[in-house]
Design a protein around this ligand. Structure first.
Ligand code: GDP
Ligand code: MN
Length: 384
C-alpha cells in the first residue's frame, strides 16, 4: 500500500522523524486556514501518488492568505499525470541550503536491504541514476545486523554530503531505517532531505510503501485503508477479501493457490495472450468465493475471456464445480469462460459442469489447452 505524502510524514513521526507543522485540506477555505495555522511562508502541496508534482504545478510557495487561496484554487482538481488532486497538504515552508536524497528498499537480487543516499536530491533519483550514477552512494544492510551509526556516517561521506551535514544525515538514516524495518515498509524515501541554513537536517517529502503482508502487525494501518488509491477492480476485490491484483491484459484469471495462479499467468503469456489480473481463490473455493471472483472479473471491461484453472487437492473438483454452477446462476458473465479442472474428483467436476450446460462455458482438461482456448477467444473478442 502506497501512502500519500501527508500519511508518510505522519508515519515518519512515529519513528522520530520530525517534519514541518501542517495539515490537510480538501477545500480552498480549509487550505487557507491550514496555511494561517502553519504560518507564512507556507507551501501548498498536491496529494497524489506520483512523483514530479513540483514540475507539474502541484507545489506552490505562498506568502500570504491571498496567495494561499490562489494556490489552493489552482492545485485542487489539477490533473497530474492522470491523478486528479482532491486533497492538499499545507505546511510551514522551510529554507533550503541543500537538497539531498535518502531511501531504503529491498534489493531482491542481493537479498539485502539497500540504502541509497545522494547529495543531489530534489530531482527524481532515476534522473540522477541516468545522468550521474556515481552521485548515488549505496549500502547494503543485512536485516539481522541492522544499520550501525558508523556505516551511516561513512555512507554520508561517500555520498559527498556536506561536512556540516554528515552527522545529521547519519542520524536521519538511522531513523529512516526504523521506519523501513520496524515500520514494515517496502520503500521509505525522503526526497528532498534538506540541510537548512541553520544547519538542521529535515524531511521535506515522504514516500512510503507499506508491506501489505505485514498488516497483521500494524492495527494502526487501518486508517490508511479508506484513502488508499486502488483501482475500481482492486477496491471491489478487497471488499470481497480476494487475493487480486489488476493487470492490463484481456484474459481474466481465476486459480486456486498463488503458485497455480502465477503459473496460469505464465502459460497465458506463453501461448501469446495477456492476463487481465492475478486472482488466487485460496483454499476452499466454494460458491461464495467463486461468485465474488467472477463478479470482480466481470467489472473489468478489458476482459474478453475468463480462464478458471483449478487443481483439486484437498479442495475437491466436484465441490468447485458445484460452486461454479451456483455462481454462474447468480452472476451473468459478459465473456466466455474456459474452465480447466484437474486433480481430486476432476471427472465428477467436469460432469457437473457439462450437465449444467451453460452457454459460454467451455471445459478443457489441460492447463495449456485451456489457456490456448481462452487466448483464442480473447483475441477474437478484441478484434471484433
Ligand atoms: P515532488 O516534486 O512531487 O517530489 O515534491 P516535493 O515535495 O519533493 O517538492 C518538490 C520541490 O519543491 C522540492 O525539491 C523543493 O525544491 C520544493 N519545496 C518543497 N517544499 C518546500 C519548502 O518548504 N520550501 C522551499 N523553499 N521549497 C520547497
Ligand atoms: Mn519529492
Amino acid at each position: 500500500m502506497d501512502l500519500f505524502e501527508y500519511q508518510g510524514k505522519q508515519y515518519f513521526a512515529r519513528y522520530g522523524i520530525a517534519t514541518s507543522p501542517g495539515g490537510v485540506a480538501d477545500t480552498v477555505d480549509e487550505a487557507v486556514r491550514q496555511a494561517v495555522k502553519a504560518g507564512f511562508p507556507a507551501v501548498v502541496k498536491a496529494q497524489v501518488q506520483v512523483g514530479g508534482r513540483g514540475k507539474a504545478g502541484g507545489i506552490k510557495l505562498v506568502n500570504d492568505e491571498a496567495e494561499a487561496r490562489a494556490a489552493a484554487q489552482s492545485i485542487l482538481g489539477l490533473d497530474i499525470k492522470g491523478h486528479v488532486v482532491k486533497r492538499l497538504w499545507v505546511e510551514h515552508a522551510s529554507d533550503i541550503k541543500k537538497e539531498y536524497y535518502a531511501s531504503f528498499t529491498l534489493d531482491r537480487d542481493a537479498k539485502l536491504h539497500l540504502c541509497m543516499l545522494s547529495a543531489q536530491g530534489g530531482v527524481e533519483i532515476e534522473e540522477v541514476a541516468a545522468t550521474d550514477p556515481d552521485a548515488i552512494a549505496r549500502l547494503h544492510v543485512n536485516p539481522i545486523d541492522g544499520l550501525d551509526r558508523k556505516d551511516a556516517v561513512d555512507l554520508a561521506k561517500a555520498a559527498k554530503i556536506d561536512d556540516e551535514a554528515v552527522e545529521g544525515v547519519a542520524d536521519m538514516l538511522l531513523k529512516l531505517y526504523e521506519v523501513y524495518s520496524k515500520g514494515d515498509a517496502d520503500l521509505a524515501e525522503i526526497n528532498p532531505l534538506i540541510l537548512t541554513p541553520d544547519g538542521r537536517i529535515h524531511a521535506l517529502d515522504a514516500k512510503v510503501t507499506l508491506d501489505d503482508a505485514a498488516s497483521f502487525r500494524h492495527p494502526e494501518w487501518k486508517e490508511y485503508e479508506g484513502t488508499a488509491e486502488l483501482d475500481g477492480r482492486e477496491r471491489l476485490a478487497a471488499e470481497k477479501h480476494l487475493n487480486y491484483i489488476g493487470l492490463d491484459g484481456t484474459v481474466g484469471i481465476i486459480a486456486n493457490g498463488a503458485g497455480l495462479a502465477m503459473s496460469t499467468l505464465d502459460v497465458v503469456n506463453q501461448v501469446g495472450g495477456s492476463a487481465a489480473n492475478f486472482l488466487d481463490l485460496g483454499g476452499g473455493a466454494g460458491a461464495d468465493v467463486m461468485s465474488a471472483a467472477l463478479e470482480v472479473i466481470n467489472t473489468d471491461d478489458r476482459v474478453a475471456a475468463v480462464l478458471v484453472n483449478i487443481f483439486g487437492g484437498i479442495t475437491r473438483c466436484d465441490e468447485v464445480a458445484k460452486g461454479i454452477v451456483t455462481a454462474l446462476s447468480t452472476v451473468e458473465m459478459r465473456s466466455p469462460i474456459v474452465i480447466r479442472l484437474d486433480g481430486t474428483n476432476a471427472d465428477e467436476g467436469r460432469k457437473i459442469l457439462s450437465d449444467a450446460s451453460f452457454s459460454g462455458v467451455i471445459i478443457e482438461s489441460t492447463m495449456i489447452g485451456a489457456a490456448k482456448r481462452a487466448v483464442e477467444i480473447a483475441s477474437k473478442g478484441a478484434s471484433n
